[in-house]
Write a protein that binds this ligand. Structure first.
Ligand SMILES: *Cc1c(COP(=O)(O)O)cnc(C)c1O
Length: 412
């Protein structure tokens, strides 16, 4: 059990569990097995070879969230020496980035939606299209979040078609007390056929604020941080800047999806509404720590100085050409002495641009070798296709190529 490198106290506890459950003859083996399983389940780095760029089970956007163990001016105004706000500077960078009056950061987008509704619509009505009363996964369901916020959900339209006139009707009902319209991007599915939705621009012509939960966190549909035009797979994905330009009063989105930053939720838009969110008692419970704020700051700065494709690992993955990926695949195969190059289709993941694929390059090895690859250090997470195992180069950090060679050699 010493080999597991677990603290002694943990080994003793696992041994006790094994003794309590097992038969005397294999208690020792059972205890060692438990220790090994436990040691391998500790949080640690893995190699994402799945071809899913934002893999929810692998932590979505890879982004370093580190900070030396020093004090930080997180709530300290260096100019006056007075107490400051942790939202001030990071919020203003995010506001510049998406063309908003004001912005703030919370722990994730679920928290952002909850806080916005609680701060702007408690005990009042919020209109939601029946086609957008969705579940995003992992327990995020619009009616449930609405209930927790204290706002009253009013369904409008139908599952497949909701028109501006449906919202108008709800607004003009007797006893209507509508605080806002919530427009939710149905991130992880696509409805096709006889469908009709109302745009943010149309909704913004009505008398109440429009809150757009765009989910994915694409900052600007034009992707000015990329060398070329926006990639085609992003087509139709809502963006923060354009949603605000179209008249949304607030947008909310995740920090670790297309934004490519750490796990966080961003609220951006009208400064009076952002101020209500900042002043709400829940804001304290939902605020991120200094290391996350620093990582969001680094992410925002890299967009603003156009270094996003080198500083943000997600955009580096997107920007890699298939020629570069093929060259890396060739090199890995030559070094490992196993595998063949195969064209693949990567996907954005995390509910972003559902149904879209990104051209990519993989290494194919015969048979299902997923378990052996997972058993490597660091574990390599791949996928199978047509009875073969496929490692997609687009989601593998080039710095991990040597570890991939070592993992493949174990499979040879
Ligand atoms: C992903 C998503 C959420 C939840 O965001 P988290 O950051 O995971 O909390 C909420 N709404 C939409 C539309 C999403 O796509």
């Amino acid at each position: 059990m010493a080999g597991s490198r677990l603290p002694h106290a943990v080994c003793v506890e696992l041994a006790r569990q094994a003794i309590a459950e097992g038969s005397a003859s294999y208690q020792r083996t059972a205890a060692i097995g438990r220790a090994e399983t436990f040691a391998r389940s500790l949080l640690g780095p893995v190699i994402n070879a799945t071809g899913v760029l934002l893999h929810t089970n692998l932590g979505r956007a890879p982004m370093a969230v580190t900070h030396p163990a020093t004090a930080m001016n997180i709530e300290f105004d260096l100019r006056t020496g007075d107490r400051g706000s942790r939202q001030q500077v990071v919020g203003s960078l995010l506001a510049m980035l998406c063309g908003a009056e004001s912005a703030m950061v919370v722990n994730n987008n679920a928290a952002a939606v909850l806080l916005v509704l609680a701060a702007t619509a408690r005990d009042r009505q919020v209109l939601v299209s029946r086609g957008e009363s969705v579940e995003i996964g992992g327990g995020f369901r619009i009616p449930d979040v609405m209930e927790q916020s204290g706002a009253k959900l009013v369904d409008v339209g139908t599952t497949n078609r909701t028109r501006l006139s449906d919202y108008r009707k709800a607004l003009s009902r007797k006893n209507a007390d509508v605080a806002a319209i919530l427009k939710v991007h149905p991130s992880n599915f696509r409805v096709e056929g006889f469908v009709e939705a109302t745009t943010v621009a149309e909704l913004a012509t009505l008398a109440v604020p429009v809150i757009a939960d765009i989910g994915s966190g694409l900052i600007d549909a034009n992707c000015p941080w990329l060398a070329g035009p926006p990639p085609s797979w992003l087509h139709g994905e809502p963006a923060a800047r354009q949603s605000l330009d179209d008249g949304a009063a607030l947008v909310t989105f995740s920090g670790d999806k297309l934004l490519g930053g750490p796990q966080a939720g961003i609220i951006a838009g009208r400064s009076d509404l952002v101020a209500l969110c900042m002043q709400h008692p829940l804001a304290r419970a939902l605020r991120p720590g200094a290391h996350v704020m620093a990582a969001v700051q680094r992410t925002a700065l890299s967009y603003l100085d156009k270094t996003a494709t080198t500083v943000i690992p997600f955009w580096a993955m997107v920007a890699a050409t298939t020629d570069e990926l093929r060259a890396r695949a060739d090199k890995i195969i030559a070094a490992a002495g196993i595998g063949a190059v195969e064209p693949t289709q990567a996907i954005p993941g995390a509910g972003s641009a559902p149904g879209s694929t990104i051209e990519s390059v993989g290494i194919r090895i015969a048979g299902d070798r997923l378990a052996e690859l997972r058993a490597c250090t660091p574990p390599v997470i791949a996928r199978t296709r047509d009875g073969c195992t496929l490692l997609d180069l687009r989601t593998i950090d080039p710095d991990s190529d040597e570890a991939v060679v070592a993992a493949l050699q174990r499979c040879a």
